[in-house]
Structures are given as structure tokens and as C-alpha cells.
Design a protein around this ligand. Structure first.
Ligand code: HEM
Length: 436
């Protein structure tokens, strides 16, 4: 563990990973990743331009697994059907999540250096089981009930502060603000520093930036800054009385006391990064989806009892994490294909959630869809998202509080999507608020 800095260092929230990447590629166009294979869906332009749907639909029609022999991330398998993803996730011994085998994103190990703090999302059994168990109590229905009032109050305050008759960016003003607020409440994170959570999460989740060699050291610097901040927070909180928040719970849980400081830090960062882009981009996806399908917005306005199902459907429709990755730990046969030990299996949740064998008319947002809950946006099996209940709670509260205020939100300006193959969402969404 590195030494603790005596004074609180200055933390920056700019430039963002995206700004640095854009500037770099303008100066070094030769570093732009080259994608030539027709099924190479690691190319981020298809998510930025929202043109990924037919590419995955064609693959799904041809079969559940597709090998891509060459890409900027090396060779990999696309796993595109709902059934095949569940099958692979149900065999965690054969399809590993651990860093030693390659980790959980399409990035190769050497490309992800600096992010390799031990965290249970990138561990296999039995280690994964013990560590997940230490944080799971923070997400029980009882805990969600405890957090409901505070999240509701914060959500109401943000909605009441929105301008009327004026165009503003929903991503920055609402999605980021509410998500960082939710995480700050969960963790007992210093309120005034909460925007750091967004900044770090952006740098950590941007797989494209990690493929550009010149930018790796920049990324490591930011991630080390994040580590240093948490180290300080951990030291401070371990000297205080136990509180109801997650950091305190982790510090004072007997199982966590057994954990090395690096592991503690890794898991803390996992929870923050895991909860950040995901919930934020669903909040933006809801608004964009309702604007694209005004019949569904009208249904929401007329039938607020549909809100719990609308939350599931919006998560399915947005799928804020496009993929997770597993690595074969042995040679095996899968759906008629020969998989070799070490093969990289990229599980495209984005495709599974548009699988026409499970969801009728999958490209339509339909808040009355009776099987919306079968989405795989939270993954499946032993690694299924531990924060799912919290995310659902925050999204339900957002819709309920919007409904209470009779708020209708229209897209009224620029829409800019995230240019990445891992985080699937919006960088900017200019809107205007009216009433229904
Ligand atoms: C795991 C998605 C919100 C914390 C995951 C996984 C996905 C995911 C796809 C991996 C599942 C797998 O490999 O099978 C989402 C989505 C969210 C969301 C779509 C919001 C809409 C949250 C929140 C938190 C969180 C709010 C915590 C504050 C975690 C953690 C893991 C995880 C700790 C690792 C679980 C494990 O390995 O056992 N999430 N997540 N997530 N998520 Fe979430």
C-alpha cells in the first residue's frame, strides 16, 4: 500500500477522458483503431452513431457465436443470443472472470494495466463468493427502504430546480447529479466531492482510451489519484464510529477485516464505477426512449401503475453496459463451435436484449411488455449485478417524482452518444421540460 499523503491533494475533474482522446486522435489520426472484419463490433463508431442494431440482428439470425480473428483488441468471440449468454454465465468455472485469465472487458490484460486492483467482479469462486457476501447486505430490501426517503428527497430537489421553457442538458443536470448523489448517500461519500465519482468512472470505463498507448500513463495517473483519495477516506473513516453507510459497513465487517487494503480499495472502486455510468445512462435512456416513442410516454403519463414495469423495460431498451467478457479456462465445444483454452468470449448484453426469440418487436420500447424482466442488462448467474435493486429504486423514484410533478421532457437540441464499446449511453441530451 502506498504511503498516505499528509494533506488532502487537489483533485481535478477535467480534462475528461473523452476530451483527451479526441484531442489525441486529431493530432495522431494514425492511432485511430482499425477495424476491418464485418463482425468486429468492438468498433465504437457504431454505438456513437447508433447503427449497431442491424449488425447484431444479422449475426443473431446466423447463429449465437461468431469468431472475429482480428481486431484492435485481438481475436475474440461474439456471443449474441440471450440463451448463449446465460449458458456461458452459468458455467463460471469453465468461463472465467478473473484478471489472471483476462478480466471482464474486451480489453487485453496488458491494455488494462493500472485498473488491475483486485475486485470481486474479476474473481472466480470461491474468492468471489466471500467478498460479494460482505457488500450484499447493503442492497437488501430493508436497506433499500431505508434509503428510499433520502433518494426521493434528493430527486425531488433536482427536479424542482429544473428550468421551464429553456433548453438544458439532461445528462449533466439530472442523470449525473442524481447518480452521484445516490452513490454519495450509499457510501457516505463527502458530498462536496461527489462529482469526482463521475470523473473517475469516465476514465475507468473508457475502453477505447486504453487502446491508445500514449494515453495509458494519463489514465493510470487519474486512476492512481482515485486510489489515493479512497486510501485517505478509508483511513479517516476507520478511525470514526461505525455508521449505516457502505464504507463504514465494509470497514467494520469482520470479513472485510481479513481483506488486504488493495482488495478493499478495489472493491470500493468497483462499487462506484459499477453504479455510475450504468444508472446515469439509463436515466438518459428513459428520456430519449420516451421521446422516440411518444405513445409510451403517454401511457406512462396516463397509467403510473406501469412505472415498475417501465423501469425494467427502459433498462432492457438502454442496456447501459454493452458487454462483459469471459475467458475459456479449457478447450470445449459450445453450440457446435470449438472453443480453445484462452479464447475471449464477449457477451453482448446489448444484443441479448434485442433477441427476437425472447422479445417480440425488440427494437420498440414497450412499457407494457410482459417479459421485460427477462432482460440481461444486469448479467446472469453468480456475478449478476449486486446493485440491481438500488438502480431499480433510483429509476422508479425518478419516474414517480416526474409523474407527481406532471413533467413531460422533450428532446429539444443536441443528442450525443458515448463513443465506446463498453459503456452504452449519452454524453449530451438537450431537453426542454413542459407539463402534461
Ligand atoms: C455487476 C449492470 C447498477 C454494482 C454488474 C454486471 C452488470 C451490471 C452487467 C456484471 C454481471 C455479470 O457479469 O453477470 C448494471 C446496470 C446497472 C447497475 C445495468 C444500472 C442500471 C449498479 C449499482 C451498483 C452496481 C447501482 C452499486 C452501487 C455492481 C457490482 C457488480 C456489478 C459490485 C459485481 C457483481 C459480482 O461480480 O458479483 N452490474 N449495474 N451496479 N454491479 Fe451493476
Amino acid at each position: 500500500m502506498a504511503t498516505i499523503a499528509p494533506e488532502k491533494p487537489v483533485f481535478h475533474t477535467s480534462p475528461t477522458a473523452y476530451e483527451v482522446l479526441v484531442r489525441h486522435l486529431e493530432q495522431h489520426p494514425e492511432d485511430t483503431p482499425k477495424h476491418t472484419h464485418p463482425n468486429d463490433v468492438s468498433r465504437s463508431d457504431i454505438y456513437f452513431n447508433d447503427t449497431w442494431q442491424p449488425i447484431f440482428a444479422k449475426m443473431r439470425a446466423e447463429g449465437p457465436l461468431h469468431y472475429v480473428p482480428e481486431s484492435p483488441y485481438g481475436p475474440y468471440w461474439n456471443v449474441v443470443s440471450n440463451k448463449a449468454i446465460q449458458h456461458i454465465e452459468a458455467l463460471p468455472e469453465l468461463f472465467s472472470s478473473s484478471w489472471e485469465h483476462g478480466g471482464i472487458t474486451i480489453l487485453e490484460r496488458e491494455e488494462s494495466e493500472g485498473l488491475e486492483l483486485p475486485m470481486f467482479i474479476a474473481m472466480d469462486r470461491p474468492k468471489h463468493t466471500g467478498q460479494r457476501r460482505t457488500v450484499a447486505p447493503a442492497f437488501t430490501p430493508k436497506e433499500m427502504k431505508r434509503m428510499d426517503d433520502e433518494i426521493r428527497q434528493r430527486t425531488g430537489e433536482v427536479l424542482d430546480s429544473l428550468p421551464r421553457g429553456e433548453v438544458f442538458d439532461w445528462v449533466d443536470t439530472v442523470s449525473i447529479e442524481l447518480t452521484t448523489g445516490m452513490l454519495a448517500i450509499l457510501f457516505g461519500f463527502p458530498w462536496e466531492d461527489r462529482r469526482l465519482l463521475t470523473y473517475w468512472s469516465d476514465w475507468a470505463g473508457d475502453t477505447e482510451i486504453a487502446t491508445v498507448k500514449d494515453l495509458t500513463s494519463e489514465r493510470e495517473k487519474v486512476l492512481h489519484e482515485m486510489g489515493a483519495y479512497f486510501q485517505q477516506l478509508w483511513m479517516k473513516r476507520s478511525q470514526e464510529e461505525p455508521g449505516p453507510d457502505l464504507i463504514s459497513m465494509m470497514i467494520h465487517s469482520p470479513a472485510m477485516n481479513q481483506m488486504e487494503p488493495r482488495e478493499f480499495m478495489g472493491n470500493l472502486i468497483l462499487l462506484i464505477v459499477g453504479g455510475n455510468d450504468t444508472t446515469r445512462n439509463t436515466m438518459s435512456g428513459i428520456i430519449h426512449g420516451f421521446d422516440k416513442f411518444p405513445d409510451q410516454r403517454k401511457l406512462f403519463e396516463e397509467q403510473p401503475d406501469l412505472i415498475p414495469n417501465a423501469v425494467q423495460e427502459c433498462i432492457r431498451y438502454q442496456t447501459p453496459l454493452a458487454h462483459m467478457r469471459r475467458t475459456a479456462s479449457e478447450d470445449t465445444e459450445l453450440f457446435g463451435e470449438q472453443i480453445k483454452k484462452g479464447d475471449k468470449m464477449v457477451l453482448w448484453y446489448l444484443s441479448a436484449n434485442r433477441d427476437e426469440t425472447v422479445f417480440e418487436n425488440p427494437d420498440k420500447l414497450d412499457i407494457t411488455r410482459d417479459n421485460a424482466r427477462r432482460h440481461l442488462a444486469f448479467g446472469y448467474g453468480i456475478h449478476r449485478c449486486v446493485g440491481a435493486r438500488l438502480a431499480e429504486l433510483q429509476l422508479r423514484i425518478l419516474l414517480e417524482e416526474m409523474h407527481k410533478r406532471r413533467m413531460r421532457v422533450h428532446v429539444a437540441g443536441d443528442v450525443e452518444r458515448v463513443k465506446a464499446n463498453f459503456v452504452h449511453g449519452f454524453r449530451k441530451l438537450e431537453v426542454e421540460v413542459t407539463e402534461f
